[in-house]
Structure formats: structure tokens, C-alpha cells
Design a protein around this ligand. Structure first.
Ligand code: HGY
Ligand code: MN
Ligand code: MN
Length: 412
């Protein structure tokens, strides 16, 4: 069997290569879905899948699959992977660590000439972050039918380019099958970086994920009236940015008052027309709300909507759109036990952990049995260029996932 050193070296090579497919070299990873950087990453992933002897296919969203056939005809697959898009100026590991882990598990299957009863499929998912088309979890939601083909086609980026147009611009076939019959999926495994400080503080290389927080992404629009910054008296203004700022300043307290780990973030804000000497006509900003309990998320959504509504006056109109809403999700208990059992067998220390970040695994969890592993994030950092995880931890996780996948595909 390939030594774990070789696996570790290949992991580093894959992560480093993928990190070069970025629109912001030297300023982190910016790989927006269906961009040139995305195309280079998908070509690389497909090349490696073929080198590893996988049968490669894509779906109508641009998700990429590399399959090892099973002995059982038309049997459902064990999927293993993650996403390969990024946030703007993000890190090299968020998403790719899981795709690369899937590749290396498949490589170990091939190198050990395993004949699984059930197929193993490596999956590289698109637009998990929602950085280009909003919301997020797009590739996985599309696969299971939570995002309809029509809603998918209607998604546009901030320049008004639709998903379908963007796919065609890089030569992707939009006519390929989109929704996948969930009966073709036996289970889904995902390795991800923790993106927080817990594993590092516990000095533990592996986290077995128990549950993922519920989350929503709202988009608030504040419409005022553009005007000249110099000639418009202060009492005759409908300044959309002053109103938006007043709304946003009230949001953190909502999460603090809700408690139980509830968090709220405004991460994106657009000002139109965005001229230094123009009174802002329109402001559009996001509100990301998360909690381990759905009730907390719902309470805060209601309070945000109430605050936004109160500003509908004096020439200002406001609206709130829900771009994404997903309830907290528990991972499958049998897979949790399997991952813990394999960690023990390999004498790799682990602990149970919950996820404050959303993941594609939460989408699949309503359609198949799902399990996740975390590895530590240096200084707990993620969604920034400093994001880093130790390839030795990633190799340990690959080893555990390899053993678990052997059991799930009945390759033993
Ligand atoms: O936002 C998240 O939790 C994930 O990184 N998409
Ligand atoms: Mn992320
Ligand atoms: Mn991620």
C-alpha cells in the first residue's frame, strides 16, 4: 500500500497546485464559479481523476464526478468529496482539502486493487460558498433537487451574468443531467478543515462532526434617492447608506440577546451608484445568521425583518429577500460510529465536534447517510489567505476515510 508519506506529499501537491488557480495571486484564493480560475481547477481535477483510473463525468451544474465501478450492477455510490470554489481572497484548504481527500481515498482503492461491491465516487462540487451567484450550497442543492433548474438558471452574478451564460462562456455543457436520483447515492463522506480553534486548542488531529448549525442568508435592499452631495440640504435627503448603516449597527445585539451561540454577520454590501460626491440611491447588503437551534435563527430573522420594516418612510423603501435557508443538521449516527471506530483502529486521536460553518454535507443529509471529519485550522483561521492545515493531519483523515469507505462500499 502507498505509504502515508506519499499520500501526504500528493495532498500537498494537489492543494498547492489548486491554490495557483486564483484571480488574486499573493492575496489568497479567489476562485469564483465558472470563472477562468474555476476552469483551470476543473481541468486539473479531471486530469488527476483520469490518472487515478477514475471514470470521469460531469452534471449540468458543472459538478465533477470520478467513479470506481462496483461489482454490484447499478448499485448506489458512496460519494466522497467537497467543493472547489472559494470566498473572495480566501484560503487554499476550504473545500479543496475535501476534494483532494476524496481523490487520495480513490487512489488507495486503485493502488490496492480493491473490488468494491458498491461504487466509490469522488465529487468536486460547485458554488458551495455562493460568492458569485449568492445563497450557496448551489451544486449540492441542485444535485438533490432543492434548487430547481429554473431557479438555477435565473441566478445571476453582480454583473447580471446568469449561471447558464457563465457555464457556456467556459464551454460547459448546460444540457447535461442536473438533478440526480438520490437512490443512486448510498452515503456521502466529507473531509473539511474545522475553520475554528477547537481542534488546535485540544491538540487533536481529527474531529468527528456530530451536527452542523442551521443558517440563513438574507439580502436587504434599501432604496433612497440619489442626489448631489453639495447642493442637497440635509433635511431633503433620502440617503440609502445612512439608513443601511443604522440598520446594520443594530444587528450584532440581536444575536447577543438571542444567545446560545447565535451569530450574525453582514459580509457584503454594495452601494449604488457608489460615487464619492453622490448621495447613495440604493444599498444592498447581506445578513448571515446561524445557530445550532433553528428557533434562534427564526427569531433573529423576524427581528431583522422588523428593524428593516421600520425604515420604510421619508422617501426610503426597504425589502428583505431570503437567499438561503437551511435547518441545523445532524450527521448519521452509524457513520459517526464508523469514523470513530476507524480512528481507534488506526490509533488516531479524535474528538466529537459541531460545525459552525455550513457544508454540502448538510444538503445531502436529508437524502442519504452522511458523515464528516474535520482537521485543525492553524490559529482557527479560515476564509482568509492565512488559512492553513497540516498535511499530516489531512493524511490521517484520508487514512480514516479510506478505511470507512472500504466498509461502506463493502470492498473488504
Ligand atoms: O459559510 C460557510 O459556512 C461555508 O464556508 N460556506
Ligand atoms: Mn467556506
Ligand atoms: Mn467549505
Amino acid at each position: 500500500m502507498t505509504s502515508m508519506n506519499n499520500v501526504q506529499k500528493r495532498i500537498e501537491e494537489h492543494i498547492n497546485t489548486l491554490s495557483t488557480f486564483t484571480a488574486t495571486p499573493d492575496k489568497g484564493t479567489t476562485r469564483l464559479t465558472y470563472s477562468e480560475e474555476h476552469l483551470r481547477a476543473r481541468n486539473y481535477l479531471k486530469r488527476i481523476m483520469k490518472e487515478y483510473g477514475l471514470v470521469v463525468h460531469e452534471d449540468g451544474f458543472g459538478n465533477i464526478f470520478g467513479k470506481i465501478e462496483g461489482m454490484l450492477k447499478d448499485a448506489p455510490s458512496v460519494l466522497i468529496g467537497s467543493h472547489f470554489d472559494s470566498v473572495p481572497n480566501g484560503g487554499a484548504y476550504d473545500g479543496p482539502a475535501g476534494v483532494v481527500a476524496g481523490l487520495e481515498v480513490a487512489a488507495l482503492f486503485a493502488e490496492n486493487k480493491l473490488k468494491p461491491k458498491y461504487p466509490l465516487e469522488v465529487v468536486a462540487l460547485v458554488e458551495e460558498e455562493g460568492s458569485r451567484f449568492g445563497g450557496g450550497l448551489m451544486g449540492s442543492r441542485g444535485m438533490v433537487g432543492l434548487l430547481s433548474e429554473e431557479d438555477f438558471s435565473n441566478l445571476t452574478d453582480k454583473n447580471g451574468i446568469s449561471t447558464v451564460e457563465a457555464m457556456k462562456l467556459i464551454g460547459l455543457d448546460t444540457s447535461l443531467t442536473k438533478k440526480r436520483d438520490s437512490n443512486t447515492i448510498k452515503s456521502y463522506l466529507e473531509l473539511h478543515i474545522e475553520q475554528g480553534p477547537i481542534l488546535e486548542e485540544k491538540n487533536t488531529p481529527i474531529g468527528v462532526v456530530e451536527a452542523i448549525v442551521g443558517l440563513t442568508q438574507l439580502e436587504v435592499t434599501v432604496k433612497g434617492r440619489a442626489g448631489h452631495a453639495g447642493t442637497t440640504p440635509m433635511d431633503r435627503r433620502a440617503d440609502a447608506l445612512v439608513v443601511a448603516s443604522s440598520m446594520i449597527s443594530q444587528l450584532p445585539e440581536l444575536a447577543i440577546q438571542e444567545g446560545e451561540g447565535t451569530v450574525i454577520t453582514t459580509g457584503r454590501l454594495h452601494v449604488f451608484p457608489n460615487g464619492a460626491n453622490v448621495i447613495p440611491d440604493t444599498v444592498v447588503f447581506t445578513v448571515d445568521i446561524r445557530s445550532g437551534r433553528e428557533e434562534n435563527v427564526r427569531n433573529v430573522i423576524e427581528q431583522v425583518s422588523r428593524i428593516v420594516e421600520t425604515y420604510n418612510a421619508n422617501g426610503i423603501t426597504t425589502s428583505v429577500e431570503e437567499l438561503l435557508y437551511i435547518q441545523p443538521k445532524a450527521m448519521n449516527q452509524e457513520i459517526i460510529s464508523l469514523l470513530k471506530q476507524k480512528s481507534n483502529k488506526l490509533e488516531v486521536p479524535y474528538c466529537s465536534i459541531n460545525s459552525g460553518a455550513g457544508h454540502d454535507a448538510m444538503v445531502f443529509s436529508d437524502f442519504t447517510e452522511v458523515g464528516m471529519l474535520f482537521v485543525p485550522s492553524k490559529d482557527g483561521l479560515s476564509h482568509c489567505p492565512e488559512e492553513w492545515s497540516d498535511s499530516r493531519d489531512l493524511a490521517k483523515a484520508v487514512h480514516i476515510l479510506y478505511e470507512a469507505a472500504k466498509t461502506l462500499t463493502e470492498a473488504e
